[in-house]
Write a protein that binds this ligand. Structure first.
Ligand code: NAD
Length: 339
C-alpha cells in the first residue's frame, strides 16, 4: 500500500518540488492538501486528481483526524508555523514530516517531539540531502576517514533572496533569515562529514549593505564550529550573495561538493579525481524513505531530535554573533547520521 501524504502550505517548495516528487515515489502518494487559498485548491485538485474530501483549509485542518486516506502530514509552511501544525497533525493521529528549520527555538522542538511521542506517531524533518548520494559520499569519506583525519571543513551556502516570500525577510509571520533558511545546510554538512557534533561556536554578522531589505533579519553571517578533536569548520551564509560548497581537507587528501546543497546538478571532486555519482530525485527518495520507516515500523534517520539539535546550534550561533563570545554547544542533542 502507498501511504497518503497531505501537503500543508502550497507555496514554492510544495508546488515546485514536493508535488512533482510525489509522482516519482513508490511508497507514498499525494493524497491531500491544506491551503487557505480556494483558487489554489481548485488548481491542485484538477492537476493531481485530489478528491474534495481530502482538501482542507487552516480552520478545518484538525478534521484530517477522521480521514484514513491521509497517513502523513507534511508541514511546508513558514518556519514560525511549523510547531503549531506539527503538534496539531500529531494530535490528529498522523505521522509528520516537518520542513527545515524544525522550529524557531528548542522549546518548540521539544513540544513537537513530545506531541508525536504522545500520539505514538513518527516525526521526521525534511532533510533531503541525507538521502542524496553525493552528500552520503561526503559522510562516508569523512566518517570512515578514507582520506585520514579531517583537519578543516569549509561549508558555505548563500542565495540572493527576493521579495517573493516576505516571511523569509522577517516580515509577516517572520521566522526567516539566511542562517535558518540556508545556513542550516552548512551546519549539517559539517556535522555529517566530520561525524561529530561541535562543542562550541563563534559567529559574526556580515555588514548590512541593504538596510531596507535586511531591517528585520541578518543579511549574512560567518560562523565557526569547533570540534572536540581540534577540527574547525568555517561556515558562511547570506541572502545577498551566491555560493554553495562543502569541502573537507584531511591528512591524506581532500574532498568537496560544489554545488553541495542544490536540488540537482551536484558535483563532487576529491584529491584523486571527480566523483562518479548520479543525481537523484532527492525529495522522492526522502519521502519514500520515511514512508518505508512507517510501513516497516523502524525509526527515521532524520528525526525531530536531529531537527532540534540543529535549532539548538542555530540558537548558539545567534548568541555568539550577538555577544561576540565563543558559545559552548556541549549540551545540544547528540544525534548523528549513521553511515
Ligand atoms: P513560500 O513562502 O513559497 O510558501 C509558504 C506557504 O505558506 C504559502 O503557500 C503561503 O500561502 C502559506 N501560508 C499559510 N499561512 C501563512 C501565513 N500566515 N503567512 C505566510 N504564508 C502562509 O515558502 P516555501 O519556499 O514553500 O517554504 C516553506 C517551507 O519549506 C519553509 O519552512 C522552508 O524552509 C521549507 N523549504 C525547504 C526546502 C528544502 O530544500 N528542504 C526548500 C524550500 C523551502
Amino acid at each position: 500500500r502507498k501511504l497518503g501524504i497531505a501537503l500543508v502550505g502550497l507555496g514554492k517548495y510544495s508546488e515546485g518540488e514536493l508535488a512533482p516528487a510525489l509522482e516519482k515515489t513508490t511508497n507514498c502518494r499525494l493524497a491531500g492538501i491544506v491551503t487557505g487559498t480556494p483558487e489554489k485548491a481548485e488548481t491542485w485538485k484538477k492537476k493531481y486528481n485530489i478528491p474534495d474530501k481530502n482538501v482542507y483549509d487552516y480552520k478545518t485542518f484538525d478534521q484530517i483526524a477522521d480521514n484514513p486516506d491521509i497517513d502523513i502530514v507534511y508541514v511546508v509552511l513558514p518556519n514560525s508555523m511549523h510547531a503549531e501544525y506539527t503538534i496539531r497533525a500529531a494530535k490528529a493521529g498522523k505521522h509528520v514530516i516537518c520542513e527545515k528549520p524544525m522550529a524557531m527555538n528548542p522549546e518548540e522542538c521539544q513540544q513537537m517531539i513530545d506531541a508525536c511521542k504522545k500520539a505514538n506517531r513518527q516525526l521526521s524533518i525534511g532533510y533531503r540531502l541525507h538521502f542524496e548520494p553525493h552528500n552520503q559520499e561526503m559522510m562516508r569519506l569523512g566518517q570512515k576517514e578514507i582520506f585520514g583525519k579531517i583537519n578543516h571543513i569549509v561549508a558555505e551556502n548563500a542565495q540572493k533572496q527576493d521579495e517573493s516570500s516576505p516571511w523569509r525577510l522577517g516580515r509577516g509571520v517572520g521566522g526567516g533569515g539566511p542562517l535558518r533558511d540556508v545556513g542550516i545546510y552548512c551546519l549539517q554538512g559539517a556535522i555529517y562529514t566530520k561525524g561529530q557534533i561541535p562543542i562550541a561556536v563563534t559567529a559574526k554578522y556580515h555588514p548590512v549593505t541593504d538596510p531596507e531589505k535586511f531591517s528585520k533579519i541578518e543579511e549574512g553571517m560567518d560562523f565557526q564550529l569547533y570540534f572536540a578533536d581540534g577540527t574547525m569548520a568555517n561556515c558562511k551564509t547570506s541572502f545577498n550573495d551566491k555560493y554553495n560548497k562543502l569541502r573537507a581537507d584531511a591528512a591524506k587528501g581532500w574532498f568537496e561538493l560544489s554545488p553541495a546543497y542544490a536540488y540537482d546538478g551536484l558535483e563532487g571532486k576529491t584529491s584523486q579525481g571527480k566523483m562518479d555519482i548520479e543525481n537523484v530525485p532527492q525529495q522522492a527518495h526522502q519521502m519514500d524513505a520515511f514512508a518505508d520507516c512507517i510501513l516497516k515500523d523502524k525509526p527515521t534517520t532524520v528525526p525531530g531530535e536531529m531537527g532540534m539539535r540543529d535549532v539548538q546550534l542555530v540558537q548558539a550561533i545567534f548568541e555568539a554573533a550577538k555577544s561576540g563570545k565563543k558559545v559552548s554547544t556541549k549540551d545540544v542533542r547528540q544525534i548523528m547520521d549513521p553511515v
